[in-house]
Design a protein around this ligand. Structure first.
Ligand code: UDP
Length: 235
């Protein structure tokens, strides 16, 4: 397969596939960053693990009536995806208080929220991904009001599917981040990845953190936790 790099982010590379006008190759890297790129390192096997986990989860979502960009896993660290134009809104959905919710709004870490909380962050490295509202999104013309309604509904549906799925694997889905894009027909579909890089996952019994927080806060056993999530998700 002849491929040309067209985009490189912090955790993934996107390649154009020669002769294929509908699909891209999405490759997962071992590179890990936190705090808007201030902390940088590599997590051994992360590319392979996140590709595997994302493939299983996107397959589950595709089969549950959620449209995603995932087509198929083609190697240890890469997958074929539909071409989309990413909407510059990071959608965060939370079930249990952690991270910036605790820091900014004085929720207690581990507190179960009365209902899922959906938040929007402006996807902009220069601006440090600020929290913003739907009104900002409309003013910046990042998406229309109907599109935002759809994104919010899809996010809540995805949350229910993922919560049930992870719980069956002995994991609590604390929070996660989604990215949506417009496909070649202009339809909004789920894109990017769903992995321990983009979700907070706590062991159901011990509440042990099994996600990128182990890297962010130097908690140790980073590779082991990513491996354990992969083992549980694929079993
Ligand atoms: N998240 C992400 N990418 C980002 C910011 C957040 O994947 O650029 C995920 C993060 O892993 C967590 C959720 O979104 O599962 C909520 O993150 P939070 O706002 O608490 O920020 P953080 O504490 O991660 O900086």
């Amino acid at each position: 397969m002849e491929k040309t790099l067209i985009y490189e982010g912090k955790a993934k590379k996107i390649f154009k596939i020669s002769g294929n006008e509908k699909e891209y190759l999405q490759e997962f890297k071992d590179d890990a960053t936190a705090f808007n790129g201030v902390k940088k390192d590599q997590i051994k096997n992360k590319g392979k693990v996140n590709n595997q986990i994302t493939s299983v989860i996107f397959d589950l979502l595709n089969n549950s009536g959620i449209k995603t960009h995932f087509i198929k896993k083609v190697s240890e660290n890469s997958m074929i995806v539909s071409i989309v134009d990413i909407i510059k809104v990071e959608v965060v959905c939370r079930n249990i208080a952690a991270g910036s919710l605790v820091k900014k709004f004085a929720f207690k870490e581990g507190e179960t929220l009365k209902n899922p909380l959906v938040e929007f962050y402006y996807k902009s490295d220069e601006l440090g991904d600020p929290l913003f509202s739907e009104d900002h999104i409309l003013l910046l013309e990042l998406a229309t009001s109907d599109e935002m309604k759809h994104i919010r509904n899809e996010t809540l549906k995805i949350n229910e599917i993922l919560k049930t799925f992870f719980l069956s694997k002995g994991l609590k889905l604390v929070d996660f981040k989604l990215e949506f894009g417009r496909d070649l027909n202009g339809e909004i579909i789920l894109a990017d990845e769903i992995s321990p890089d983009t979700c907070r996952l706590w062991d159901k019994v011990s509440n042990k953190k099994m996600d990128k927080d182990r890297f962010r806060f130097d908690l140790g056993e980073v590779e082991e936790s990513y491996d354990e999530v992969m083992r549980r998700v694929t079993n």
